[in-house]
Ligand binder design. Structure first.
Ligand code: PMP
Length: 427
């Protein structure tokens, strides 16, 4: 069947443009993906920030097949459990900077966000502060497309057309701790449940936190009793060179959301790590411990959990977590020369294996579609990058080699030539 006749509705896509020319990915191995015509591309985005292990890990295919034969699927609602889910929860809890963390398994990042929002509110409710419902997030922040994740979106375009959002949410400038404190005081500290913070903002265009921001934001949250939720859906599993992402800083978060790299994206899975005192009302020892009436059918899915356990083994065995940090300077050096290009406005890199490069304001004014032209130029040069906001982003698998990173830099330059041609055509 020709893809142009497919009923498939692509997420975040201009379907008019996609139907005429989808890029049909056929197979993938390591840092390379091939389209249906056999053309190879360097995957400089690790798909959607998730293929941290590189593609095509036979070991993961084997454990998935083995698990499907043994116990294909079962729920963990009520008193049902399965060994992979128990083991995974314990290993993830061991990554939390304090003992006693609990782990809620989810189907992906957006599910983790909504789970975290509800756990934060319910925890306050059962700790005698039911008025603590307000959620604060940051400009440029992306927290998925579920209900709460949409309500706390820091990317205004993602709210368009969806009508009113869940109330009791507000957005503060992403780089300003004083603004966070003012907002907590404006709302009333006794009404604020939690602050959502991506350590490095990803999908909103790769924005690194200013020096000292994370420590200061955690301190402000502590001062007013606000829960600090580290959204590490992108930042965990080596993207920032550490297991959780937020553990790059000497802070203890209250909740950590994760997905993507948890199993390299091979099977949909996410998780929320919850600090002991936040989870405590729902566990034995709490008087009349209430039931958290929340959770999705696939929470604790044994195949997803088994694959994640093997993925964690691979991260450990191959030393991949530290590689995200070891390579951050290499990537930063590869993209730094772009700052001198007349079409480029800003280059952000140097903290973890991810980078965002913006076009200058004049280019975007003359040609609002320039980021997509840049993406296509890179694609012609054999490298997949992602158009984001005012430019493009790169976030290769942690298995990337230094020469691959050099190729990414070259492709970004080659792609800019296409942007220059297009700007010339409209000038
Ligand atoms: N939080 C962050 C920081 C993300 O980057 C994403 C996805 N890009 C999400 C949440 C939502 O994850 P998912 O797309 O798996 O629902």
């Amino acid at each position: 069947m020709s893809p142009s006749t497919s009923a498939l509705w692509h997420p975040f896509a201009d379907m008019g443009a996609v139907e005429s020319s989808p890029l049909v990915i056929d197979r993938a191995e390591g840092v390379t993906v091939w389209d249906e015509d056999g053309r190879a591309y360097l995957d400089a985005t690790a798909a959607l920030w998730f293929a941290n292990l590189g593609h095509g890990r036979a070991e993961l295919a084997d454990v998935a097949a083995d698990q499907i034969r043994k116990l294909d699927a079962y729920s963990t609602f009520g008193d049902y459990g399965n060994r992979p889910a128990f083991e995974l929860a314990d290993r993830l809890a061991g990554l939390f900077p304090e003992a006693g963390a609990k782990v809620f398994l989810t189907s992906g990042g957006g599910d983790s966000i909504d789970t975290a929002a509800k756990i934060a509110r319910a925890s306050w409710y059962h700790r005698g502060q039911p008025e603590r419902v307000h959620l604060i997030s940051r400009t440029h922040g992306y927290h998925g497309t579920h209900g709460f994740g949409t309500a706390i979106a820091g990317i205004p375009a993602n709210l368009g057309g969806f009508g009113p959002q869940a109330p009791d949410a507000s957005v503060v400038p992403h780089d300003d701790v004083a603004a966070l404190e003012q907002e907590i005081l404006r709302v009333g500290p006794e009404r604020v449940a939690a602050f959502f913070c991506e350590p490095v903002i990803g999908a909103g265009g790769v924005h690194l936190p200013p020096e000292g921001y994370i420590e200061a934001a955690v301190a402000v949250c502590r001062k007013y009793g606000v829960l600090f939720i580290a959204d590490c859906v992108i930042c965990a599993f080596g993207r920032l060179g550490t297991w959780l992402g937020i553990d790059r800083w000497p802070v203890v978060p209250d909740l950590v959301t994760m997905a993507k790299g948890i199993n390299g994206g091979v099977v949909p899975l996410g998780a929320v790590l919850v600090r002991d005192e936040v989870a405590a009302p729902f566990f034995p020892g709490s008087p009349g411990a209430p039931v958290l009436r929340h959770g999705a059918t696939y929470a604790g899915h044994p195949v997803a959990a088994r694959v994640a356990l093997s993925a964690l083994d691979i991260y450990e065995r191959e030393g991949l977590i530290a590689r995200g940090r070891a390579l951050e300077g290499v990537l930063a050096d590869a993209v730094a020369p772009l700052a001198g290009h007349e079409l480029v406005g800003d280059v952000r890199a140097g903290l973890g294996l991810l980078s965002g490069i913006d076009l200058g304001p004049a280019v975007l004014e003359a040609l609002p579609g320039a980021p997509a032209i840049w993406q296509m130029g890179c694609r012609e040069a054999g490298v997949l990058v992602r158009p984001l906001g005012r430019g493009v982003a790169v976030s290769p698998p942690l298995t990337v080699q230094e020469q691959d990173i050099a190729r990414i830099g070259d492709a970004l330059h080659a792609g800019l030539e296409k942007v220059a041609e297009a700007v010339g055509a409209v000038a």
